[in-house]
Ligand binder design. Structure first.
Ligand code: UFG
Length: 333
């Protein structure tokens, strides 16, 4: 039998983690999920995938899970991810995102698990000096969320230096959207803050209107520009990174498609795909939003052989729409 890696996915009941679980499972990897279900949904994980409702702080229990499931590699998605909330609740963000990763790494150290794929973020760059953003650009986060992830990158570098057996890849996501092709799993944050789901909520009448945050940015149409990467492409990069990882690796890759869309362009694209007018109100800027964020992802493409297949946001909108149409209230509670 082919010797496939055995994977633990933390946060496997969350939006991005559940897409990783689905793909790994379909590709025949042994996959187990660790999630405390404080934000995730049990229904997002297939019944036949081993599921551990465990918090990241439970170091000893995690060590046991790693040993019992003979895990080779950890994909670490479990984290809080709302920028605004991180400003209100920095302690919770540092505890869960930074402290949680530290506890997990300690459990891995004790269990002798030496491969780690980390969900990092474009928020570690803060307000970029120039765009597109390259991996070696200055990292200066502008909110606790970004710092909480930046600190994990720092810890990983130090641990990697001290332990040559350990190899990691940190993937810095830009704006992730879309759903699995079959519409079976999708995005269900409560409350939702992200642009694409909010556009769809307004289209479905779940929200009265979409508020566009700011129209006076120094961009061609005055609205913010972001790099939207399809969740399935994002997961493909994780699997390539996981397969490529070697002892001593310390890799960092941007995951974006390298093209920026403004909020207005996203709305136009959504109106075409959804074949309806989206009710919109133009509001003030949201504090902490940089005008323009988009990636240069050449490094991931060159070194990992990553090739995003969904380079048109219409694909992403279409797949997200499929999920929301069938699950207007998200996952059952
Ligand atoms: N926006 C609106 N109205 C909304 C929601 C968003 O106009 O109702 C705008 C925002 O102002 C921003 C753009 O749409 O210009 C995208 O906003 P999102 O909230 O969808 O995403 P962010 O760019 O703020 O954040 C995302 C991830 C973070 C990550 C960051 C990295 O959610 O976790 O990208 O760049 F840190």
């Amino acid at each position: 039998m082919e010797n496939k890696l055995r994977v633990l996915v933390t946060g496997g009941a969350g939006y991005i983690g559940s897409h990783a679980v689905k793909t790994l499972h379909e590709k025949g990897y042994y996959v187990a999920v660790l999630d405390n279900l404080c934000r995730g949904h049990r229904k997002a994980v297939p019944e036949d995938v081993p599921f551990f409702q465990t918090d990241l702080q439970e170091t000893d229990r995690i060590e046991e899970i790693l040993r019992e499931n003979k895990i080779d590699v950890v994909m670490h998605f479990a984290a809080f991810m709302a920028v605004g909330e991180s400003v209100q609740c920095p302690i919770e963000y540092y505890r869960n995102n930074t402290g949680g990763a530290l506890s997990l790494l300690y459990a891995m150290k004790k269990a002798g698990v030496c491969r780690f794929i980390f969900s990092s973020t474009a928020a570690t760059y803060g307000e970029p000096e120039t765009t597109p953003i390259y991996e070696d650009q200055r990292q200066l986060p502008v909110n606790p969320y970004g710092w909480s992830k930046w600190m994990v990158e720092r810890i990983l570098k130090d641990y990697g230096k001290a332990n040559p057996e350990f190899g990691f890849t940190a993937l810095r996501y830009f704006n992730v959207g879309g759903s699995a092709e079959d519409g079976s799993i999708g995005e269900d944050h409560r409350p939702e803050t992200h642009l694409l789901p909010k556009i769809i909520y307004a289209a479905l009448g779940k929200d009265e209107k979409l508020t566009v945050f700011g129209t006076d940015y120094p961009t061609p149409d005055g609205t913010c520009i972001r790099d939207y990467v399809h969740v399935e492409d994002l997961i493909a990069a994780h699997i390539l990174a996981m397969e490529a990882i070697k002892p001593g690796d310390q890799k960092f890759y941007n995951l974006g498609i390298g093209h920026g869309y403004s909020v207005k362009e996203m709305l136009d694209a959504a109106e075409k795909v959804l074949e309806r007018k989206i009710p919109v109100v133009y509001g003030e800027r949201r504090p902490g939003d940089p005008a323009r964020l988009y990636a240069n992802s050449d490094k991931a493409q060159k070194e990992l052989g990553w090739k995003p297949l969904h380079t048109d946001v219409a694909d992403m909108i279409e797949s997200a729409w499929k999920w929301y149409k069938n699950h207007p209230n998200g996952y059952p509670d």
